[in-house]
Design a binder for this molecule. Sequence first.
Ligand code: ACM
Length: 572
Amino acid sequence: MPYAADVVPAPVSLRTDGEALALRDGARIAADPDLRDAARWWRRASEDAFGLDLVPTGPSDPDADVTFGVDTSLPADGYRVTVADGGGHAVVRVAAGAAAGAHAAAQTLRQLAGPQAFRRAGRAALALPVVTVDDAPRFGWRGVLLDVARHFLPKADVLRFVDLAAAHHLNVLQLHLTDDQGWRIEVERYPRLTEVGSWRHESGVGTWRAERYDGRPHGGCYTRDDLREIVAYARERGVTVVPEIGSPGHVQALLTAYPELAARPGTHEVRTTWGISEDVIDPSDAAVDFFAGVLDEVCEVFDSPFVALGGDEVPTTAWRERPDIVARAAGLGLVGPDGEGDVARLHGWFLARLAEHLRSKGRRAVVWDEAFGPDLPRDVVVTCWRGHAVAADALAAGHDVVMAPEQQVYLDHRAADGDDEPVPVGFVRTVADVRAFEPLPAGLLEARPELAGDLPGTVLGAQAQLWSEHLDSARRVDYAAFPRLAAFAEAVWNPAAPGFDERLRDGHLARLDAAGVEYRPLDGPRPWQQRPGVAGWPRDLGAERAAAGWAGMGGWVEGRDGAEPGERPGRG
Ligand code: ACM
């Protein structure tokens, strides 16, 4: 049975003697009502790929060949799959703690059926190994961020990406919907956000330092119905879509549409270059109300318990230029009469207002780690991207955190050291590097022994990032994401599993091929995957580690990084 042992991410336990049995055409499939989405998804995927019919039947049909049942002794995201001999044909039993486990079980079943199961049509026997799989993940938050702001990704490509994330048991898709270079979500009460803010007249080519532009308009946005469809599609596959609406920085597209919200008066332009903008929100009551209105609509469209508010890379130059904003910070008690505190605290203050608004709607805010500080409410989740040390501080302060260190899980960073990598930015992150990702590495635990103790905050899990300054199409997203996202998935599902390289090479790449994924071949890019002559901005992880240790040097830090904004952005 060639594929039985090649499941990615590897299950905690998989026992098979290699015998395979076909599932009968017309086999009856029964599902507990709570697990219907997973059962239906697997039935449809199998029907399409193998050209057979599986017949839904009542949950207590004793003759069902395939059953999806709840077993409350299992963790909510855990499952057991058995495939047994029903008299010359396969009988499949899925037991899951809850819907999350059933989704993972359905994906494992598809992998067990071989690469053909990843095709959308065909005629072949659906053969499954006689097997018992017992499985549950290490982390509850197994996320991937997709940046659809820097480059818009058409809806069909987002749906396809959801399929690929779900195929790897990833269960959070953070959709980065707004940034300086584009606003991608339709908001009914502020139509100019997409009318004006969703397109730019041209784009930078390669690192912004090269000052090269393509002269070609770029844009696109999702309607509310598009996003509702994405949310429903993801939910049916066990994936929660966490929308990200960034502020008080990364808002130049918004300010182009509504310049009255800008800290710097005057006209603005949807940003055509990468790096960090000094154009930030004036953190006024009007701006809080504006964003509250946006978030109200976001909460109508997205059912996620979490809503991300951005909060990274916020230069305060424009605030300091405005005496009324400085006075406002003082009036709010953020700058004391003795000079204690700083205008920069408006950053945390502003996000705290939005987090409270979300809380009043039953949602939890998620922010990037620059927003961590005294003004951030403790129920806000902190996504740690600049390094590991900030995670230790946030956990100690009582925040739940998601580990997303750019040193390890930024998949837009180059996959190898070669000159042929397309637009090589950031650190070298090979498949092996990503597979070795450990959210709480031993060295960090040594440096910060309190992490091993009973801290008030919890590590919810980890997240891989696909920033899209240099990923301008689904093909480029495929290249950056795969197969490294499979390695990440295993690191957060079952890090102790041996043999990833062999399972990837001998089993999983064939699945990605069948699914039509244009991944990076293990021996380097194909000629058409290269971008000769387009400059990146490689960084040296060893040198930065030596200089900054667990703190990392990522992110732009005002005052540290020179006079020019964006002089040290996290990406090229
Ligand atoms: C980030 O990479 N600026 C979160």
